[in-house]
Write a protein that binds this ligand. Structure first.
Ligand SMILES: Cc1cc2nc3c(=O)[nH]c(=O)nc-3n(C[C@H](O)[C@H](O)[C@H](O)COP(=O)(O)OP(=O)(O)OC[C@H]3O[C@@H](n4cnc5c(N)ncnc54)[C@H](O)[C@@H]3O)c2cc1C
Length: 326
């Protein structure tokens, strides 16, 4: 599993990075920690002539908590997981970052890379030899989807852990290109299509993540189902963030899920159900049912869709209870 040949470009400033990206459009790919991209290069899923290495952009590696939380995209996952500010004021984000991969991968991997992760599928994340033996697939080099044969849509799954936590906290992101900067809710970043997974043009870089001040102090929980407890991508993940009043009422909150659809998403109706709510079995059942309607697990992983559907519903109940009464 050798790496294809490529040239690494190491800009010293964001301006330089944007210029390089623009000039080599179509032949260049961004690399941050490389923990997801390098295995994919070895599997020949990509063969860019140039890699734009962002790691030297120190200006995008910071965590600030003032009027809300601001994190540079090049901040490592272990820095997010270990930050006292994040752990104290935005616990669901620290929890989600803490269970990503393994300590070594968290030390290399970045928050920006985690949000821009490629979607994953049993038929896609394989060697070229393996994929060729099955006639390839819709997402790469083939014409048919093995998960939903006959369809023209890719169902590869978004499998990052921090996105649901940030969605539950109502986060926004900043994207920069030679045309300037734009800011959008994280919820609007993902397309829901396994192939063109996010709204990021070829000359754009994800630069910053913002969590609003109103989300500071929200109680939270992140539960994750994975095959290898010490190092695996999620096969189902549930994040919950709740504002709980001193008398135990939930003033507002959100439930978000990952690894169950081609995009991470806020469970539709969860905000309304949690508004001025008291903890009860009925509320938990309602939220589990809402989640059941939002998710669409298919045969994209080694675990069955039925099991992942069941576990998602159970995790919603457990995560809400856990966040409510930490
Ligand atoms: C064995 C193993 C287990 C793993 N387990 C998990 C897990 O449990 N949970 C999980 O979430 N992840 C997991 N990962 C994936 C990965 O380690 C993390 O998601 C990590 O945070 C990715 O960040 P990175 O900086 O290494 O991304 P990279 O690999 O550098 O990039 C990932 C993608 O994002 C793009 N990209 C990166 N930064 C930017 C940017 N600033 N702007 C625009 N595009 C960008 C790249 O072009 C690439 O397409 C695992 C990986 C391995 C190898």
């Amino acid at each position: 599993m050798s790496l294809p040949e490529f040239q690494v470009l190491r800009p010293r400033t964001l301006e330089e990075a944007l210029e390089l990206l623009d000039r080599r459009r179509g032949a260049i790919q961004v690399i941050a920690g490389g923990t997801d991209l390098v295995p994919s290069l070895k599997q020949k899923l990509f063969a860019p002539r140039y890699l734009l290495d962002l790691k030297s952009l120190g200006e995008l590696r910071y965590i600030r908590n003032g009027a809300g939380l601001e994190i540079g995209a090049l901040t490592t996952v272990s820095e997010v997981a270990g930050s006292a500010e994040v752990r104290r004021h935005f616990p669901v984000l620290a929890e989600a970052a803490h269970v990503i991969a393994s300590p070594v991968l968290r030390t290399m991997g970045t928050l920006g890379g985690n949000l821009c992760l490629d979607t994953r599928c049993l038929w896609y994340n394989q060697s070229q030899f393996w994929r060729q033996s099955c006639g390839f697939c819709l997402k790469k080099d083939g014409t048919a989807c093995h998960v939903a044969p006959g369809g023209d849509r890719c169902w590869a799954v978004f499998s990052g852990d921090t996105a649901p936590a940030l969605l539950a906290l109502g986060a926004e992101i900043e994207i920069v290109s030679p045309r300037g900067a734009r800011r959008l809710p994280l919820e609007q970043f993902y397309t829901g299509d396994g192939m063109a997974r996010m709204k990021l043009a070829g000359d754009e870089i994800l630069t910053r993540i913002f969590v609003p001040a109103e989300s500071s102090g929200m109680r939270g929980a992140y539960l994750k189902f994975r095959l290898r407890g010490s190092i695996d991508y999620p096969l189902a993940g549930v994040a919950v963030a709740l504002s709980i009043s001193p008398d135990g009422m939930c003033l507002g909150g959100r439930v978000a899920v990952t690894a169950l659809n081609p995009a991470p998403l806020v469970v539709q109706g969860s905000q309304e159900a949690l508004h001025n709510a008291r903890l009860s079995d009925e509320l938990l059942e309602t939220l589990a049912q809402l989640a059941g309607r939002s998710i669409k697990p298919l045969t994209t992983s080694a675990s069955t869709p039925e099991y992942r559907r069941d576990i998602a519903r159970v995790f919603v109940k457990r995560a809400v209870r856990q966040a409510w009464n930490p």
